[in-house]
Structure formats: structure tokens, C-alpha cells
Ligand binder design. Sequence first.
Ligand SMILES: NC(=O)c1ccc[n+]([C@@H]2O[C@H](COP(=O)([O-])OP(=O)(O)OC[C@H]3O[C@@H](n4cnc5c(N)ncnc54)[C@H](O)[C@@H]3O)[C@@H](O)[C@H]2O)c1
Length: 278
Amino acid sequence: MRELRNKKVLITGAASGIGRATAIAMGKLGCRLFLTDINEDDLKKTVEVIAGAGGTVCLTRPFDVGNYQAMADFAKDVHAEFGSLDILINVAGIALFSQIEDMSHNDWEKVIKVNLWGVIHGLECFVPDMIRAGNGGHIVTISSTAGIIGLPWHTVYAGTKHALVGMSEVLRYDLKKHKIDVSVVCPGAVNTGLVKTVEIHADKEITDKTLAHFLKRAITPEKVAQQIISAIRNRKFIVITSFDIKLLFFFKKYCFPIYNLVMLTISRVTDKLFKKTV
Ligand SMILES: NC(=O)c1ccc[n+]([C@@H]2O[C@H](COP(=O)([O-])OP(=O)(O)OC[C@H]3O[C@@H](n4cnc5c(N)ncnc54)[C@H](O)[C@@H]3O)[C@@H](O)[C@H]2O)c1
């Protein structure tokens, strides 16, 4: 099992939810942290909690992960003062659920910019230096259930999250020779800030009821943080946080007709719930 004390760890999306819980947990393990988020005030609060518990935050900066130059500038400063990272954890993300005909071009662009380009920027600005340093390391990317299952109403979100699983799988093999391990995390429902910020193109009253139901099934971000740490320690590639999703993924791989029936049913139920009919 891997020792994490003193490891240099960058976490995006560290102001809230899974990123915040992971930063706090890794701070307690003695990691040296580099934290970013677009939300400056909440990022400061995360840093205060970690510092209050005796943890080490080496550098923190608020910026949009979708902005390449901001990520490149941050990487330049991290590398100049502290050298290459040991662990990169891509967490920042947003969610938008809609039928395709109700989406604007801007909807597509904004989700892809954060969820896909944001992760690409992290990879391209930090991983080559990890390779050059020759110290090995670990990359964790937070995908979603929507990264392995074709959930209804998730077209753009699923597109970005499937891409993260694909990129992680390639990197898993490409980076083995450099002793850099890769994990991709596919959470089910988690009780985080995303529940308040998710954009759903359906009736507000109905979406509120659906989100309340989602919260009943949701696990805590702290639980996901522990699964992320365990994946790093045990060099586990794919982490699926909920049993029901593990089961559905099993059917997708080994018994497609059952998966197909379940997905057709979920699709019909979702349309009915959100009152979307032809
Ligand atoms: N909550 C869930 O049920 C769930 C399920 C599956 C996957 N996920 C994924 O987990 C990740 C973390 O989400 P969360 O649930 O903790 O939500 P969250 O909203 O609590 O945290 C996301 C963080 O990302 C930050 N962020 C958003 N846009 C950004 C940008 N452009 N630049 C920098 N930071 C930005 C937000 O400010 C926020 O602090 C996301 O990638 C999300 O897609 C969440």
C-alpha cells in the first residue's frame, strides 16, 4: 500500500463537494496540497479547514479550469517553486440534463469546456513534468455513472464523462512505463453542491421533487474521498461508488439484452417524470 505523506497533490474543484472532502482528507494524511476552484470564497474556506487541522496547503489559486492560460500559469508557478506533482486529481465539473432539442449551442460549449477541456488542461499542463521527473505518480479523474452508462437526458454530460473514461484507459497503459498509475472514479448519487447548481431543462417543481428523491439515495462526499484515497493506495483503475450502478455495468458488459430493457424503462420513466412526450 502506498504512503501518501508529503506527496504533492493538486486537486481541482476543491471549494465544494467531492474535491473539498478529498482535499481535507488528504490534508489529514500529511499530503502537500495545491488547490484550485473557480469559487474563490469557498476555496478559502477549504484552505482554512485544512490549515486549522494542521494540514499543508502549498499553493492555492482561483481560476476557471476551462481557461488554458490560467492552468498553464498555475502549472508554471507550481513547477518553479515546488517541482513536479506526485498526484493530480481532476474533480471540477458541472452538470446539465436536457433533451437534445431543448439545448442551445452555448449549453454544449459550457459543459464541454469545464468537464472535458478542464481535465485536458490539467493533464497537458502537469503530466509531462511528472513524466520528466521520473518519480512515478498517480492521476485520478472524476467521471460519473454517466461515463459508463447511457443515462437519459445526459447527452452532453455523458459525452464529456465517457471521454474521461476513454482518456483514462489510454493513459493507464501509456503511462505504465513511467510508473504513473491512473484511476477513474464513477460516482452514483453524491450529496454535494452539484444538486443546487445542476441545470435541468424541465419543469422546476418536478425537478425539485426529483432532486429530493436523488438526495435520499445519495452518499456523502467524504465517503467518495475515502474511495479515491483507497484507489490511489491500491492502484485501482475504475471505482464505481454505488452497488446498483456496478450491477447495471455488469449487465452492459455481460448481458446486453437485460441492460437494453432496463435502459428503455429508465428512459420512459424519466420522460414521464419530466413530462416530456412527443
Ligand atoms: N454529486 C454527484 O452526484 C456526482 C455524481 C457523479 C459525478 N460527479 C462529478 O463529481 C465532480 C465534483 O462534483 P461535486 O458533486 O463535488 O459538485 P460540487 O458542485 O459540490 O463541486 C464542483 C466544484 O467544481 C467547481 N467548478 C465548477 N466549474 C468550474 C470551473 N469552470 N473551473 C474551476 N472550478 C469549477 C465548483 O465551483 C465546485 O466547487 C464533478 O466532476 C461531477 O461531475 C458528481
